[in-house]
Design a protein around this ligand. Structure first.
Ligand code: FEO
Length: 431
């Protein structure tokens, strides 16, 4: 009961099992629970504790720690990541081992104070190239931010080639056999964790891998799930595959991809979508795809969204709102990095027409780039309005390729725009 687990003669797992956890951070399902992995490293001149556990599991952590060392022996506490599932037991650990020096990443400094609501904590902020010696054992720090918070870092035990990686390379999979060569098949949990936690930060994953790749690795010791001692580099390779350039991009080198998602009650927004497509594909180097979300499920499109250079969303206004499948789609955008992608909205409406601005607002909130006001058409689009949609598509395409004409400010237009708004059937404005 609450026994530590030996990784090597000098390194023990002193974490906690949480087999009954069924969802994590609201966004992840955890069908067989999780573990909070913390570790103890014993050197000839000191003992280091690497990460702690969530507050509710502190008893397990302290029982395992006390089985392998006294509090007076602890010289060093390292936090690779400050999320509460790893810092819950920290205040009590610092109270019991007040002589221990706390090491966190430079980006974690302000976060530590805010998370613990304490201004009196003393710590050392470290980055790549910094070390802490335990005598015959040496911990080296790697600055690996955004995996998956700004504060994250990895710690490398040089003499034993163990990478204490924090959340990266982890997964929510509780199995008391603990090592990857002993536990059940956890591939689903590993891939799911990457998809929901690390994927939005895949550029940062690739940067971290450039720091890790030169290191000999005998074992990867993450903060959740199995400890990866059997063929650990396979997991590095899998992260490289998941985070690298995608096949789609390779097949369309040089092309800009525009995806138009839409939904339509009576076909009006469909016709607008088709007209915008016709305009956009008149621009050389733009490839346009059209998807009716009435026949789609948001999760199916995430790969396309991640790869797209531009995304337009078309919705009718229904009871003062955009249609639900499009909100579901936008909600799924948080699974990938859409920051900076060109975005826009359009749609037909009956009397109020709020959907377009609401969608644009959400996309701006996701830090997407919305250079053009969206096109709105009252009820059935006329031939003239469809031609405006074609023009709009062409302008979107030009923005994607950078071939749009420089903006010319016409003072007459500016003055006119300050007159009381008169609703027209179509609202089309240029940047
Ligand atoms: Fe396991 Fe990001 O905390």
């Amino acid at each position: 009961m609450n026994k530590p687990v030996w990784l090597s003669e000098r390194v023990q797992w002193i974490g906690a099992f949480d087999p009954d956890m069924r969802s994590f951070d609201v966004i992840l399902k955890t069908p067989n629970g999780t573990t909070y992995n913390a570790y103890l490293v014993r050197g000839s001149e000191g003992v280091a504790v690497i990460d702690t556990v969530k507050a509710e599991c502190a008893d397990q952590f302290f029982a395992r720690l006390e089985a392998v060392c006294t509090y007076a022996e602890i010289t060093t506490i390292v936090l690779n990541h400050l999320e509460p599932d790893h810092t819950g037991a920290l205040p009590e650990l610092m109270r019991r081992a007040p002589q221990a020096r706390l090491y966190i990443s430079q980006s974690a400094q302000l976060m530590l104070k805010a998370l613990l609501n304490r201004r009196d904590l003393d710590f050392t902020a470290v980055s790549t190239g910094d070390n802490v010696s335990l005598g015959d054992r040496n911990l080296r720090f790697l600055h690996t931010p955004y995996l998956h918070w700004p504060d994250t870092q990895c710690t490398y035990l040089e003499e034993e080639c163990i990478l204490f990686s924090g959340d990266v390379f982890g997964c929510h999979f509780c199995d008391e056999r603990l090592f990857n060569d002993k536990v059940g098949d956890f591939r689903f949990a590993f891939e799911y964790y990457y998809a929901r936690i690390m994927r939005p930060f895949r550029e940062h994953v690739m940067k971290a891998l450039t720091l890790i790749d030169p290191l000999p690795i005998n074992m990867i010791a993450p903060t959740h799930g199995p400890i990866l001692r059997d063929q650990p580099t396979r997991y590095l390779q899998r992260y490289r595959e998941l985070s690298g350039q995608r096949l789609h991009k390779e097949l369309n080198a040089g092309e800009k991809t525009l995806i138009i998602f839409y939904i339509s009650a009576y076909g009006s927004t469909t016709r607008m979508a088709q007209a915008i497509r016709d305009g956009a594909e008149q621009v050389a180097g733009v490839r346009v795809s059209l998807y009716d979300m009435e026949g789609g499920d948001a999760d199916l499109f995430i790969d396309l969204v991640e790869d797209a250079d531009g995304i337009l969303i078309g919705s009718p206004t229904i009871n003062g709102d955009a249609a639900k499948p499009l909100w579901d789609l936008l909600s799924a955008f948080s699974m990938v990095n859409v920051r900076g992608k060109l975005a826009g909205a359009f749609g037909s409406y009956g009397w109020s027409g709020e959907a377009v601005q609401m969608l644009e607002g959400r996309m701006r909130g996701l830090k997407m780039r919305v250079p053009l006001d969206g096109v709105r058409v009252k009820l059935i689009p006329s031939a003239e309005e469809l031609e405006l949609c074609v023009q709009h598509g062409r302008t979107v395409g030009e923005h994607l390729t950078g071939s749009n004409a420089p903006r010319v400010i016409d003072m007459a237009d500016l003055l006119a725009s300050r007159q009381p708004e008169v609703e027209s059937n179509a609202t089309l404005t240029r940047e």
